[in-house]
Ligand binder design. Structure first.
Ligand code: C5P
Length: 236
């Protein structure tokens, strides 16, 4: 937060945004980061980038040892871009390719691997060390940044989430709303039922059901939470 309010600390804080697929987390997180001058970290993109490389190399999620061996050497960079976050994998721009239906169908299977999660969590914690980060994912409030000053759990009805994803598709003829709804529900199930860091609302997270909220309303609500947090920290 860059605003100087007299008598209050203006220390940077960390903001954790978790929730199921298609709840609008990344758009909202980007807007909140923009409003506060913070850095946005899309942790889903990191799991997607790993999945892309594993599929390219034909390494199945069952071969955990090989997955880890390869993942440890990957260089994943998240850079602010003109149209959202740019994702680089070993220097190559994979922003588009990590959003394919193939990646959607497989990412949750790789994201269940304990060693891979440990690796990703440690990278994510490093990114948040200096504060001023808005991080979105599934386990940010519970595992990655349990001390984040503001935690939000964003959700929405599965049909609404599928509808939003459908509208974003560049070639909607490649699928159907019904299939998208089934795919999202299946990814939610895998993410919520896995043993390590399942998708779960942290006890101290604020629940935001966005089914009937616009993206702007949601991001304004989160910015208000951040400002309220700053005000609790009066130094006078
Ligand atoms: O957020 P996004 O839908 O891009 O995430 C893709 C997948 O990555 C999720 O379905 C989940 O399996 C995995 N993921 C995770 N933990 C995170 C972020 C994403 O397991 N913090």
């Amino acid at each position: 937060m860059s605003g100087q309010s007299k008598g209050y600390t203006n220390c940077k804080i960390n903001i954790a945004i978790d929730g199921p697929a298609g709840a609008g987390k990344s758009t909202v997180a980007r807007m909140v980061a923009g409003a506060l001058g913070y850095i946005y970290v899309d942790t889903g993109a990191m799991y997607r980038a790993v999945t892309l490389r594993m599929l390219q190399l034909g390494i199945p999620p069952e071969d955990e040892e090989k997955v880890l061996q390869v993942a440890q050497k990957l260089v994943i960079e998240l850079q602010p871009g003109e149209f959202g976050q740019k994702v680089l994998l070993d220097g190559a721009d994979v922003t588009e390719s990590i959003r394919s239906s193939d990646i959607n169908a497989n990412v949750s299977r790789y994201a269940q691997i304990e060693g891979l999660r440990a690796l990703m969590v440690s990278l994510q914690r490093q990114m948040a060390l200096r504060k001023g980060v808005v991080m979105d994912g599934r386990d940010i409030g519970t595992t990655v940044l349990p001390d984040a000053e503001v935690k939000v759990f964003m959700t929405a009805a599965v049909e609404e989430r599928a509808r939003r994803r459908f509208q974003e598709l560049k070639n909607p003829e490649s699928t159907s709303l019904e299939k998208l709804t089934r795919d999202i529900a299946e990814r939610d199930r895998l993410d919520a039922e896995r043993e390590i860091s399942p998708l779960r609302q942290a006890e101290d997270a604020v629940l935001l059901d966005t089914t009937r909220m616009s993206i702007t309303e949601v991001s304004e609500a989160i910015v208000r939470l951040c400002k309220a947090h700053g005000m609790e920290r009066s130094v006078e």
